[in-house]
Design a protein around this ligand. Sequence first.
Ligand code: NAD
Length: 238
Amino acid sequence: MAKVLILSGAGISAESGIKTFRDSDGLWEEHDVGVVCNYDSMQKHKTITVEFYDKRRAELEFKEPNYAHKVVANLKKRYKKDIAVITQNVDNLFEKAGLGYDEVIHLHGFLSELRCQNYDCSLIFDIGYKSQKEFNGGLCPKCHTKLRPNIVFFGEQAPMYEELNRHIQDCSLFVVIGTSGNVIGVNTMAQFATRSILNNYEPSSAINDAYFSKVLYKKATEAIDEIEQEIESFLNCE
Ligand code: NAD
């Protein structure tokens, strides 16, 4: 089990031009996220929901990983077994920075994938940057049921949380980058680890930074060198 857990959120991708949810110019300002990200979105607001994710997916083609993604990816490559990279993000910027699909755990799904809505089938398809319609008319090639974005909506089960829980119980250094803590309660998690680092652009009302050993309120690209040094000296002292 990894000694270091790096948990990221929308903030790590902000400097790559992907909007966060809750910042002042975030997606929450432009869209009713409660509509497009809810459990019953695909039933009650299907067109708006599919369009929302089609647009995000198309935009993703032109987004590039920033310095923070690249440093995290290099660390993971160097300390494969000792570092777990877990993200709430549905973008593919860690993958674009060089990590394999098995080297990043996506807690909330993956934008470039669709999933069959038939529970017994549940097949997942990588569609790259296409719209949902462009992929087999939006139908599952195997059982012909309608497809949906492979995104964990609010109120849905998130199977990868089991992985997160396993890692949090075993890690000694917990690093949080770019999350407001509204979806995942990082305060409690920080108390499991011997040492913890919090990096956000600004304080969040959902995070009590007194639980963290080190707090860096600055952009991820500006904080990442210090985070890298902390991780390396921690691992080299173990
Ligand atoms: P959030 O929008 O709630 O909070 C963003 C956090 O990032 C804030 O605390 C802010 O201070 C910080 N931040 C903003 N710019 C930063 C920067 N340059 N460097 C460091 N920190 C910065 O995001 P969240 O907590 O990840 O929210 C939860 C949900 O939003 C997740 O479920 C995620 O799936 C979804 N989401 C994902 C993406 C993506 O995939 N890139 C984008 C938007 C929302």
